[in-house]
Design a protein around this ligand. Structure first.
Ligand code: ADE
Length: 242
């Protein structure tokens, strides 16, 4: 499948000044400057109707925290119609995986709603059929850092952002395994513990076939040790013995 060459993102947030943040730096930042992707932020508070610019209210049924109001969010969304998939960042969402990232960049645009406080009124999410995405099993103080992580993972895969597309094929998760270890010069290095460590011999052999076989084997060992869940999935898919 071909990835669109331009990617447009619309973010609805109470903190538009957080963007582009880290996405304005390094590779993503250069790609932003070059126009390979673009970002539009919408300040949700602008759609509050009262003098206090209220964006949230206490939850029905009681309990701690505040909930973002559906009428306010609806007003913002009517003024800034979602483009592409409409995503809501929440710990209750489906996990963000490399496979999902690859899916998200198939379309040239994306709209992301970032919640604060206890979250967003469920009726708004139902009405707009929001796709809920979670970046990990922990709770952040808002959806903005989660949206940045999602976007970082997307933008680096866009054509011309990273340059060498081949580097993606061997990355962790692309083939269901974690990546093999990397080494560079010097070939012999003495660490702070006084131990001299050499680079695995096969890597300096110049034998491409042997290097590839070593890397594959290392990927399998690392995945088995660090991520037994991924290893089980990989084993089931490739019918490898334990
Ligand atoms: N908002 C708060 N915590 C989050 C998480 N883990 N993933 C996505 N959005 C969030």
């Amino acid at each position: 499948m071909t990835i669109p060459s331009k990617f447009h993102i619309k973010i609805l947030t109470l903190f538009p000044e957080m963007f582009p943040g880290m996405l304005g730096m390094s590779l993503a930042g250069k790609a932003l400057e070059k126009g390979l992707w673009s970002l539009e932020t919408v300040q949700l508070r602008d759609y509050a109707e009262d003098n206090h610019k209220t964006v949230d209210d206490t939850p029905f049924g009681g309990g701690a925290g505040m909930v973002m109001k559906p009428d306010l969010l609806d007003k913002a969304l009517r003024a800034h119609q979602p483009i592409g998939r409409f995503i809501y960042m929440t710990p209750r969402g489906k996990p963000l995986t490399q496979a999902l990232v690859r899916e998200l960049i198939q379309e040239p645009q994306l709209t992301i709603l970032c919640g604060r406080y206890e979250g967003v009124d469920q009726r708004l999410l139902d009405a707009y059929q929001a796709e809920e995405i979670c970046i990990g099993d922990y709770v952040l103080s808002g959806g903005e850092p989660a949206a940045m992580i999602l976007l970082d993972a997307c933008v680096r895969l866009l054509p011309d952002v990273l340059g060498n597309m081949e580097t993606h094929n061997e990355e962790s998760f692309e083939n269901g395994l974690l990546e093999y270890p990397h080494y560079t010069r010097p070939a012999l290095w003495t660490g702070p513990d006084g131990v001299e460590r050499a680079v695995p011999e096969v890597l300096t052999s110049g034998h491409h076939g042997k290097v590839a076989a070593w890397r594959q084997a290392e990927s399998e060992v690392v995945t088995k040790a660090k991520r037994p869940d991924l290893w089980e999935q990989y084993r089931a898919k490739t019918k490898k013995s334990k």
